[in-house]
Ligand binder design. Structure first.
Ligand code: HEM
Length: 375
């Protein structure tokens, strides 16, 4: 398998992880083929989008010297960006929030931001040049601060269960009874996150994808010797609008409604980071870097950029825009070496995203290409 670059001072790779990654990639591929069974294959997760929008990504100005890293090197620099909003659920036909006997199932949502035409040392090379240049920085986020599975070992176990039980993850919780307290303890934390009883794991259901905060949910490099976690937080969410659960596509409708109700104004998210240096991590790598279920509540978020979604020139619902949205390819490994993904879950993501993108683009298109958002 491909050698993964690592950042030794900031990562601690468990024994056997490369084999587990290889096995998980294989399980994921087999599940994808079985799920679509001859039909056109969609994204491995997050296949249902609510719409894609053009945006700008503006580095904060002023910005303290210590935060001028990677994409954020030049205060005030404005990048064009493209954003795809999605449901995490593997089933693209599922209602955004299913109304069930015991309440409304409000799943995990995604916000994937592609910052176009960045400069610096790339993590992966691409021979494709768009009008923005060859290099883009992707920031993939979900609307919860932590990921539900701690490490590659747990994700491999989950992947085997999803393959054996047609995407039903419930068998994962047999690990609650595992004699190894490390395994049963992690399963308890996963349960608390997916059932939303973990503190602050989930926000209330938003009426539109523009009314939630989204989190990177894993650590990334912040220049040499430091690590970051990031989030995007709406500056003026619509707190009064109620989610219309009866509409299976209410998040797409909500996005459209919010964009037209903005009356010519931009809809704005602050892009914020928490930063730790190697010294503060040195004794805590297993907890703070290698366990994606942990966040960093002790570190304040600082604003490093502003994402502005202007009134859209193109209706996000046209067949052309929907096709563009479907064909976009995001990966946490698409971007600058200064923002290298860290930790086991992120090391796993590199190959999984690559095969998911490759298999849904059989033409051999570069998996990290960025179709130019021309409207
Ligand atoms: C920190 C944890 C994670 C976050 C924040 C995250 C977020 C996202 C988001 C927002 C998307 C949608 C991208 C788009 O709009 O195209 C996505 C896609 C995807 N994610 Fe994740 N994800 C995480 C962990 C994982 C893990 C652990 C796996 C599996 C090992 C995974 C597998 C995938 C796959 C296969 C896709 C579709 C890729 C494609 O076909 O282009 N994700 N993820």
């Amino acid at each position: 398998m491909t050698d993964l670059p690592v950042t030794p001072a900031l990562e601690e790779i468990p024994d056997g992880e490369p084999d587990r990654i290889e096995a998980t990639v294989d399980l994921t591929l087999r599940r994808l083929l079985a799920r679509y069974d001859g039909r056109a294959i969609r994204r491995g997760v997050h296949p249902k989008d609510h719409g894609c929008v053009t945006a700008t990504f503006t580095v904060a100005d002023p910005l303290p010297e210590t935060l001028r890293v990677g994409v954020f090197t030049t205060p005030g620099q404005v990048f064009d960006a493209f954003i795809r909003f999605s449901n995490a659920d593997v089933d693209p036909e599922k209602a955004d929030s299913a109304v069930e006997d015991d309440g409304v199932a409000h799943g995990s949502r995604g916000m994937a931001v592609k910052v176009l035409g960045v400069t610096g040392e790339p993590l992966v090379t691409s021979n494709l040049t768009t009008k923005y240049g060859p290099l883009n920085q992707d920031f993939l986020m979900v609307n919860q601060p932590v990921f539900a599975f701690a490490n590659v070992e747990d994700y491999e176990a989950l992947s085997q269960i999803l393959l054996d039980h047609a995407d039903d993850p419930s068998g994962f919780f047999a690990r609650l009874g595992d004699p190894d307290p490390a395994i049963s303890g992690r399963a308890r934390v996963t349960g608390a996150i997916v059932k939303r009883i973990a503190a602050a794991a989930f926000q209330p259901a938003p009426a539109s994808p523009l009314d939630n905060s989204y989190f990177g949910a894993a650590p990334f490099l912040f220049g040499e010797g430091r690590a970051m976690r990031f989030r995007a937080r709406p500056v003026a969410p619509d707190a009064d609008a109620a989610a219309d659960f009866a509409d299976p596509g209410y998040l797409r409708a909500g996005l459209r409604r919010r964009l037209s109700a903005a009356a010519g104004q931009d809809i704005v998210f602050e892009f914020q980071v928490q930063v730790r240096d190697a010294a503060s991590l040195s004794t805590a790598l297993p907890d703070l870097i290698e366990n994606a279920c942990n966040d960093w509540p002790d570190i304040p978020f600082e604003t490093v950029a502003r994402i502005a979604i202007p009134p859209q020139d193109a209706d996000p619902d046209t067949p052309e825009r929907r096709a563009l949205c479907e064909n976009l390819i995001f990966s946490p490994w698409n971007g600058l070496a200064a923002h290298r993904p860290l930790g086991g879950i992120n090391r796993l993501r590199r190959l999984v995203y690559e095969i998911s993108a490759r298999i849904r683009k059989p033409s051999g298109t570069c998996p990290f290409s960025a179709p130019t958002p021309t409207g």
